[in-house]
Ligand binder design. Structure first.
Ligand code: PLP
Length: 230
């Protein structure tokens, strides 16, 4: 079942109960896992239905598409997460309109976001995107580059480095999914052992969020399970 005007509460509650079960099975408090509804290719009205069903956090990949919807939903108190590839000439509008950016993969973009974050807004929450499994044309830094980038991003005054994010390709089974997500968790633990205070693991999508939660995901980004195939 997928979100439409009539059944959005049912669909959201079903996904939330799967999140809760996965958290409980891992000995975790379900409240430590935030659902970000990924709404690329969905309309503003679909987002409104999800918001009515209690979703507060929305993820978008494409800036122009996101801005048009944000405009239409301006009266709703939603948190917006940018999760797509970032062009340097688009950082100002991202810094102005979003609450989170999950897809930092280079220092120049983080610097621009920090410089361009409006003074009246709190620091922009950011995650570094890590490419755990090498793939062509996927964003993210390699695991060996994470520490250096984190050290450079953390001191920027108008962004707040919150953690790490990944978008691994589909794996053959749950054990393989967990092995990939465990690597992101370990990278975060290593950063914290070096003095960072990172609290966010943004990992897990419709096909693999239960495995991600088992490995410590604090943010799951879910599109298809809520809204159907794009
Ligand atoms: C599209 C997308 C998602 C959601 O994927 P689903 O499989 O539809 O749940 C999550 N994260 C990123 C970065 C995406 O691009």
């Amino acid at each position: 079942m997928l979100i439409g005007p009539q059944n959005s509460t049912l669909v959201v509650n079903h996904v939330r109960s799967r999140i809760s079960q996965a958290a409980t099975a891992a000995g975790r408090d379900p409240a430590t896992v935030t659902l970000v509804a990924v709404t690329k290719a969905q309309t503003a009205e679909t987002i409104r239905a999800a918001a009515t069903a209690g979703v507060t956090d929305f993820g978008e990949n494409y800036l122009q598409e996101a801005l048009a919807k944000m405009e239409r939903l301006a009266e709703l108190p939603l948190r917006w997460h940018f999760i797509g590839g970032i062009q340097s000439n688009k950082t100002r509008i991202i810094a102005e309109r979003f609450d989170w950016v999950h897809s930092i993969d280079r220092l120049s973009v983080a610097r621009r976001l920090s410089e361009q974050r409006p003074f009246h807004a709190p620091p922009l929450n950011v995650c570094i995107q890590v490419e755990l499994v090498p793939e062509p044309n996927k964003g993210g830094v390699s695991p060996s580059e994470v520490e250096q980038l984190a050290a450079a991003v953390a001191p920027l005054p108008r962004v707040c480095l919150r953690g790490l994010m990944c978008v691994p390709p589909p794996q053959a089974n749950a054990a393989a999914e967990r092995a990939v997500f465990a690597r992101l968790r370990i990278l975060l633990e290593e950063l914290n052992a070096r003095g960072h205070k990172l609290d966010t693991l943004s990992m897990g999508m419709s096909a693999d969020f239960e495995s991600a939660i088992a490995e410590g995901a604090t943010v799951v980004r879910i599109g298809t399970a809520l809204f159907g195939h794009r």
